[in-house]
Design a protein around this ligand. Structure first.
Ligand SMILES: [Zn+2]
Length: 105
């Protein structure tokens, strides 16, 4: 599985892919599970750092929307649950910081 990025990993910074949900172009991906650290493979799952939606790398390493069956399966993976929880926590923190900045006036 991949999501947002770590440009120190060789090869990963050359992968350009577009989120099929929000159309954000990503030029990096980072693996969040144990295993080889090479660029993503066909069938690997991606979570968009911009919108938090899940997609899957196809045969030419473009991202596509998952089928309902694929999504039902991966939503039970502990790594996916943790990644989505962290993404949502970061988003909430952004909102919290903006609210606090408004309070200081
Ligand atoms: Zn997205």
């Amino acid at each position: 599985m991949t999501s947002q990025s770590d440009s120190t990993e060789p090869g990963n910074d050359l992968l350009i892919h577009v989120c099929p949900h929000c159309k954000t172009t990503h030029d990096m991906a980072a693996q969040i599970t144990d295993g080889p650290t090479d660029p993503p493979l066909s069938g690997d799952i991606s979570m968009c750092a911009e919108c938090g939606m899940l997609s899957i790398f196809d045969d030419v390493l473009a991202l596509r929307v998952m089928t309902t069956e694929e999504e039902d399966e991966v939503l039970s993976y502990p790594e996916i649950i943790k990644a989505r929880f962290l993404w949502e926590a970061v988003r909430r923190d952004d909102v919290w910081q903006l609210e606090n900045e408004d309070d200081t006036e």
